[in-house]
Design a binder for this molecule. Structure first.
Ligand code: FAD
Ligand code: NAI
Length: 488
């Protein structure tokens, strides 16, 4: 037994040291030149975005085969599944981001990165107009591409409901999490300065989340945890007055989960004093009040912090692109074929993740991640096809039957994208989670504290880097031993 523990201890330490070494010392990278050794031109692949789809593509791509250019206003990857834990301080923001530079240094061939946003994609001339996001270093460029992958994600939708944009916070980016944190703490401190009988105090302590999808549910759960587990220690009287309300237009929250899990979550919310308002649709928002319709009744809900999580809408750059292509007639996202090629763009533009709409594929990290992996394998084959076409052109014989046969064979190997659904997980508060897992052809469902441990280990395993894994684990340990604080 002693020997086994000794060996496993040594193995564990060895593995840890190797991972730490790898994190700090990326391998040397091939500098990119305009042509390959055989004289053929290196094609330019522009990747828009640094989210789940684009980063999964980048990590799996043989970047030495292309002149790879990444364009994104965000110079990091954000691990969104743990974003709802950040406004209340369960997880620190730095723990769930991974810099693009460190990802780009770990791939085989050099990658160019522009901290910029794509404004306009021209599918005909194969160019993309980009604009820097750095106010002190403003520039606009037209990048020429042979292939482009659109992975710009989506923006939060407000359905045009008056007052949402001006008064609510979203939960999509790091800046959103910081804003929510600031609003919560400011409201709490303001309320503390007012007498308990003041109605303004009640409004200041009313926190509302709109949208009973997984984002809204997970954030409401984290917020209630924070109030009950930590704020209650620092501000015992005031914390008991804090009201967390979750508003959902449909008869149920978490519609992608099995009914038994939804019932479990709703029951827990009741127990945890999250005021769940189902069949309640928000119609208007002012600086202090939300007006919602429940049945035939209109109800006013005073609030101080409003988090809006009602799903996705296409970004401007995707909308512009849709307008340029006649076949693009969906308002829900860019239409793609089963090989992730943008309809109407003749094979030069691909799209992944939340910016797309394809029946049966939902806007989740899981889908975007698998699409990125798939595209990396497609680009390997496209490189081979392009090389063969170049060889044929060198021979001045585009119809060379041998080469054409080889091209056809490789083309046949580019099979349609197939999504493998692993299931869905959600944190629902009080150290409990729900899981709807796909095991083979059947679904396995579980809920409770054990599922929460599974949720934690699954997300830990999914983190982008070893560094993220260590930081997230340390954050959980910190909250367990020291709790969360009440500073801004
Ligand atoms: P994103 O990851 O959103 O990335 C888009 C990228 O494009 C970003 O880098 C952005 O900066 C960049 N960009 C934006 N505009 C431009 C532009 N004009 N030009 C260039 N780049 C641009 N899914 C799950 O499966 N499981 C979960 O647990 C889960 N939890 C979530 C929690 C939260 C709070 C949220 C908001 C989402 C969650 N999701 C989850 C959904 C998941 O995050 C998305 O489906 C996923 O991020 C989509 O990946 P994407 O690459 O399409 O877009
Ligand atoms: P969502 O689209 O899943 O849910 C939005 C909810 O808001 C819907 O239930 C809708 O009925 C409700 N709604 C819309 N308008 C409303 C109004 N005016 N008043 C009240 N309610 C209204 O959006 P969400 O949660 O932002 O998720 C986006 C995507 O990200 C989804 O595909 C989701 O699966 C994925 N995601 C997955 C997570 C997980 O697996 N744990 C966590 C977070 C997001």
């Amino acid at each position: 037994l002693l020997k086994v523990s000794l060996y496993s201890g040594l193995l564990g330490t060895g593995y840890l040291s190797y991972q730490l070494y790898k994190e700090k010392h990326p391998a040397p990278q091939t500098p990119q030149s305009a042509t390959f050794v055989n004289g053929s031109p290196r094609k330019t692949l522009v990747i828009l975005g640094t989210g789940w789809g684009s980063i999964s593509l980048l990590k799996n791509l043989d970047t030495s085969l292309y002149n790879v250019i990444v364009v994104s206003p965000r110079n990091y990857f954000l691990f969104t599944p743990l974003l709802p834990s950040t406004p209340v301080g369960t997880i620190e923001l730095k723990s769930i981001v991974e810099p693009v530079r460190s990802i780009a240094r770990r791939v085989p061939g050099e990658v160019h990165y522009y901290e910029a946003e794509a404004l306009d994609i021209d599918p005909e001339n194969k160019t993309v107009k980009i604009k820097s996001v750095n106010k002190e270093h403003e520039y606009q460029l037209d990048l020429k591409f042979d292939y482009l992958v659109n992975g710009v994600g989506a923006q939060p939708t407000t359905f045009g409901i008056p007052g949402v944009f001006e008064n609510a916070s979203f939960l999509k980016e790091i800046s959103d999490a910081q804003e929510i944190r600031m609003k919560i703490m400011t409201s709490v401190e303001k309320a503390a300065s007012l007498p308990p009988t003041d109605p303004e105090r009640e409004r200041l302590l009313s926190f509302v989340v709109v949208g009973g999808g997984p984002t809204g549910v997970e954030f409401a759960a984290e917020l209630r945890d924070y109030v009950d587990q930590d704020l209650s220690k620092w501000m015992p009287g005031l914390s008991s007055e804090i009201k967390v309300t979750l508003v959902e237009a449909l008869p149920n929250i978490l519609n992608m989960f099995d009914k038994s899990l939804v019932d479990y979550a709703e029951q827990l919310f009741k127990q945890d004093r999250i005021d769940l308002r189902i069949k309640t649709m928000v119609k208007n928002v002012t600086k202090t009040t939300i007006t919602a319709k429940c049945g035939d009744e209109n109800e006013d809900i005073p609030y101080s912090v409003l988090v809006w999580a009602t799903g996705n809408a296409p970004r401007e750059v995707s909308k512009n692109l849709m307008q340029k292509l006649e076949v693009q007639d969906s308002r829900r996202g860019l239409l793609i074929d089963d090989k992730l090629q943008l309809l109407g763009a003749q094979g030069s533009i691909f799209a992944v993740g939340d910016c797309t709409f394809y029946p049966g594929l939902f806007p989740t990290a899981q889908v975007a991640h698998q699409e990125g992996e798939y595209l990396a394998s497609v680009f390997k084959k496209l490189y081979k096809i392009d090389q063969l076409k170049w060889q044929a052109a060198q021979k001045n014989d585009a119809d060379d039957s041998k080469i054409q046969n080889r091209i056809s064979k490789i083309q046949a190997q580019i099979v349609p994208f197939k999504y493998h659904h692993m299931g869905a997980l959600a944190y629902i508060g009080s150290d409990k989670a729900i899981a709807d897992l796909a095991v083979g052809d059947s679904m396995y469902r579980s809920a409770g504290s054990f599922t929460f441990l599974f949720w934690k280990s699954a997300y830990l395993a999914m983190c982008m880097s070893f560094r993220n894994r260590v930081l997230v684990a340390m954050d959980w340990a910190k909250v367990y031993f020291l709790g969360r604080d009440s500073s801004v």
